[in-house]
Design a protein around this ligand. Structure first.
Ligand code: HEC
Ligand code: HEC
Length: 250
């Protein structure tokens, strides 16, 4: 539960607590998705995303939770939908996110994913890297070329040449913070973050050591989001490994 501002936690716990004790209608407590049972839950999309924008911003630009909540606006809808399922089903561990989605019906998840996928939040300022030029060069090399001798494919081979992702299931890698990217890569490596099998991101990260992960995260977070750039079209990329999370069903 790193980086959650105390007030956000209070707001979240507060609305859930009030519901549990007094049965406050969900319309008055938009953070409490589905907790009151289907009859009392508002069907308005606005209300369903109200609880999300506290941390992810109205257009999904991210930055809440002490800067840790990731940018989700403009990421492919299938990818976002899979993540909501992953938090619900325990393939990803982050207690507040699990709490947000655990009672969310699948149809709402798709609707919320589609909403954030359709957003184009303003590009964030790239982060100033706190590493040496040699580390940045290593990061750039791994992202654009991989390391064929060790079977590490280029990140661009799957995340798109402009690193904006590929429709419908592969996320973009620019516009994210160094902290978030390194945490996710570490979690894939240790299989704390999982996908439907096979988990190609585990294969990729298991071939990288900690300093390479640091280099990749530093380089990616220092790259600007190309203005107006979108994920690459579905079917335009031939993936070098099989990924269970690329199934096109969402
Ligand atoms: C208290 C702050 C908070 C709230 C409220 C919140 N999120 Fe999150 N969300 C986070 C954080 C922090 C992460 C990163 C967790 C991790 O490290 O895996 C995250 C991760 C995600 C991801 C995965 C992003 C990616 O690129 O893989 C999605 C999708 C998401 N949230 C959607 C939602 C939706 C939809 C809602 C509303 C139902 C919501 N979030 C509410 C803080 C929040
Ligand atoms: C074989 C294809 C493939 C390759 C190669 C690959 N990725 Fe991925 N990556 C994926 C897929 C698919 C996902 C989505 C997994 C999921 O649904 O959780 C993903 C997810 C991610 C995420 C999570 C993004 C988020 O918003 O939470 C990060 C970070 C990431 N990859 C970084 C990298 C880096 C860095 C490299 C290169 C060292 C790389 N990937 C190489 C396919 C690939």
């Amino acid at each position: 539960m790193r980086g959650i501002p105390f007030f956000a936690l209070l707001a979240l716990l507060g609305s859930g607590g009030a519901l549990a004790q007094s049965g406050t209608p969900a319309a008055a407590a938009p953070l409490a998705f589905g907790r009151a049972g289907p009859a009392k839950v508002s069907t308005g999309l606005r209300q369903r995303i109200d609880g999300c924008i506290a941390c992810h911003g109205p257009h999904g630009q991210g930055g809440g939770s002490g800067g840790y909540a990731p940018r989700i606006g403009g990421k492919p809808a299938g990818y976002l939908y899979h993540q909501l399922q992953n938090f619900r089903d325990g393939r990803r561990a982050y207690p507040l996110m699990t709490w947000m989605v655990q009672y969310l019906p699948g149809a709402y998840m798709k609707e919320i994913a589609a909403y954030f996928a359709s957003q184009s939040p303003p590009p964030p300022q790239p982060q100033v890297p706190m590493v040496t030029q040699a580390t940045l060069d290593l990061g750039r090399r791994l992202v654009s070329m991989g390391d064929p001798a060790r079977g590490v494919p280029a990140c661009m081979a799957c995340h798109g040449a402009n690193l904006m992702g590929v429709e419908p299931d592969v996320p973009g890698l620019v516009g994210l913070t160094n902290d978030y990217i390194s945490a996710q890569l570490g979690a894939f490596k240790q299989e704390i973050r999982r996908t439907k099998a096979p988990n190609c991101m585990h294969e990729v990260t298991s071939r990288l050591d900690g300093s390479e992960i640091g280099a990749v995260a530093a380089w990616l977070s220092s790259q600007p989001v190309p203005p107006g750039a979108k994920p690459a079209a579905a079917g335009s990329v031939k993936f070098p490994l099989r990924c269970g999370s690329i199934d096109g069903d969402g």
